[in-house]
Design a protein around this ligand. Sequence first.
Ligand SMILES: [Zn+2]
Length: 161
Amino acid sequence: MVRVPNAKPIDSPRCDLRLPNAALRYRMTASPRLITRDALGAINVTAWLYRDRRGIEGIQVNPNVPIAELQRVFGPAPTPDAEVGFHSEALAAEWFRIRPDLQVIQIFSERIPCRHMCAPLLQHYYPGVPWYYYYDAGSWVGNRGELLKRAGDILKNTYGL
Ligand SMILES: [Zn+2]
């Protein structure tokens, strides 16, 4: 059983736990399975709950395109986190953009959508849709500005992997 994620805003409806379950299932069924600390750190999985015109619900799951894959194509990047690459939320937003019949109801992302790119994108195109997440780097900054916990550590613990 997955843990209940954090919500933003905090008084949002409860997260539909099929979303984090879908993200975990994606990791468990990938080949190789994406459950090492490195894989949990390099890849962010997002899962969006939507409803179609007939009222039928579905879940769309997207991983980011991790740096390793970009490195193979474009050469080395300067950071070991999923902060570069094509972000999962942007890929999901694009998937929904070309399917305007689908109504997005909840957005789960293992990490909170990044402040510079995904947050403004989601706020613009999906206003009022609540976010759910397990990891927020902003909650793990120490007194000297250092990062106390990385996403891989938090997700490993949260998923019980
Ligand atoms: Zn992002």
